[in-house]
Ligand binder design. Structure first.
Ligand code: ARG
Length: 471
């Protein structure tokens, strides 16, 4: 069979042009969505009396048969049929004869491809919410197991104030929680039906777009036909959200890599998630977080790539828009890989409590607390800061930490010091003194864990409901 659009042409397409313009190599991933959309479309054509019932039945049976053949790997897609839409239509016509050619009535590939992308992405969004919640669960479990593990908190990568390791884990739970919220919010913009927009202006056939929308569980129909076929905002939004998720994973990766080093030894990743060196027998490399950190680049690249494709594109469809797919598929795969590995990697990570504690004992991360102590005695904070700065300098010169100083030594810097200072300086005290909402004191972190667990229950309910809606 010749090209489905061959009528107007007098020459065969140049071979190189065929290869250059085809998208079947990658858009075959949309086969299922394409058939799903076609089934809804042809059902509507029947309901509206645009096609007779027996044609509709034949086409539907044919589409089901084509889908089964694709699933069994029996169909060899062809570059000369350009993309998944025409490959499927051609296979359908081969399967059921010329009646298959009625399927494309009142439809264009422009509204068809957009519909496929909406169907595809809404499923992915639900899967990513679920993967993120699994990662959150692993982080929450680590937090619960480390409610008494204290490590130095850092700013500028300099030891700042001691915190609970649980608090550190819960920071990531919050970050991934925002990611979940963003994805959930984007669902309403993904879950819109472009079909019925035709090539750009609508169609002359008396179609029922709202019926197609309800068949496909879309909440809304695009208002404007030009917008319907030109819009790729929903993909941009997904790529942006994916980029932010990767930024979060990359920050966590960086911490895991640092913490796994001999210099820190705060955590040890499970052997199953590390690899060795081909030359240095002693090495155990944190390849997974390194690669996640590295792959963040391509996810950002895919976002910038599509933003650039869309910049200056006149309405409505332009072939440039075919470039929306590879980056999106690549981002989906990259994110799936990273999130699927991170949850079990966090769950199996060994936390080196003693090493963290030793780090806390050998730093000045309790300095703010003695400043606060002096403030409690009536000294203005700015002066207290100066006094403690001098005290710390003295310690450094003497090779001591604050807890090593005698009361007399303290008193050299301020007469306001008394015995209670030794209690104030204890790491547990320092941590638990920060008993404000969102702070690192144990009761606050326990509260945060409880709220996160409630959120996880809500996310699970959302995932279950939206997985059904998105089928
Ligand atoms: N393969 C095309 C794409 O992905 C499908 C739409 C083609 N439409 C057209 N008028 N050439 O964008």
């Amino acid at each position: 069979m010749s090209k489905l659009w061959g009528g107007r042409f007098t020459k065969k397409t140049d071979q190189l042009v065929e290869e250059y313009t085809a998208s079947i190599m990658f858009d075959k991933e949309l086969a299922e969505e394409d058939i799903q959309g076609s089934l809804a479309h042809v059902t509507m054509l029947g309901k509206q009396g645009i096609l007779p019932a027996n044609d509709v039945d034949t086409i539907k049976d044919g589409l089901h048969a084509v889908l089964q053949k694709i699933k069994r790997g029996e169909i060899e897609f062809s570059i000369s049929d350009e993309d998944i839409h025409m490959n499927i239509e051609k296979t359908l016509i081969e399967e059921i004869g010329p009646v298959g050619g009625k399927l494309h009535t009142g439809r264009s590939r422009n509204d068809q491809v957009a519909t496929d992308m909406h169907l595809y992405l809404r499923k992915r969004v639900v899967e990513f919410v679920e993967l993120l919640s699994k990662l959150q669960t692993a982080l929450v479990e680590q937090a619960k197991a480390n409610l008494d593990t204290i490590l130095p908190g850092y700013t500028h990568l300099q030891r700042a104030q001691p915190i609970l390791f649980a608090h550190h884990m819960m920071a990531y739970v919050s970050m991934f929680g925002r990611d979940i919220e963003r994805l959930q919010d984007s669902y309403k913009r993904i879950n819109m039906l472009p079909l019925g927009a035709g090539a750009l202006a609508g169609t002359t056939f008396p179609i029922d777009r709202h019926f197609v929308a309800s068949q496909l569980n879309f909440d809304r129909v695009y208002e404007n036909s030009l917008d319907a076929v030109s819009d790729r905002d929903f993909i941009l939004e997904f790529l942006s959200h994916a980029s932010i998720i990767m930024a979060h994973l990359s920050r966590l990766s960086e911490e895991l890599i640092l913490w796994s080093s001999t210099e820190f030894r705060f955590v040890e990743l499970d052997d199953a998630f590390c690899t060795g060196s081909s030359i240095m027998p002693q090495k155990k490399n944190p390849d997974v977080p390194e690669l996640v950190r590295g792959k963040t680049g391509r996810v950002y690249g895919n976002l910038i790539g599509l933003l650039t494709v869309l910049k200056s594109l006149p309405l409505a469809y332009n072939k440039d828009m075919q470039e929306d797919k590879e980056g999106m598929f690549d981002t989906v795969r990259t994110l799936q890989g990273a999130l699927s590995l991170f949850a079990p990697m966090i769950a199996t990570m060994k936390v080196n409590k003693d090493q963290m504690r030793q780090a806390v004992n050998q730093d000045f991360s309790n300095a703010t607390d003695i400043a606060d102590f002096l403030v409690g005695k009536g000294l203005p904070f700015r002066q207290a800061h100066e006094v403690i700065g001098k005290t710390v300098l003295y310690c450094i010169q003497q090779g001591k930490y604050l807890l090593d100083l005698t009361l007399d030594e303290f008193k050299q810097f301020s007469s306001l010091f008394d015995e209670r200072i030794y209690e104030v300086l204890q790491p547990e005290q320092v941590v638990n003194a920060r008993n404000v909402y969102g702070g690192t004191a144990r009761p606050q972190v326990e509260g945060a864990i409880g709220r996160a667990e409630q959120e996880l229950v809500k996310t699970a309910a959302w995932t279950e409901e939206y997985a059904k809606r998105s089928q």
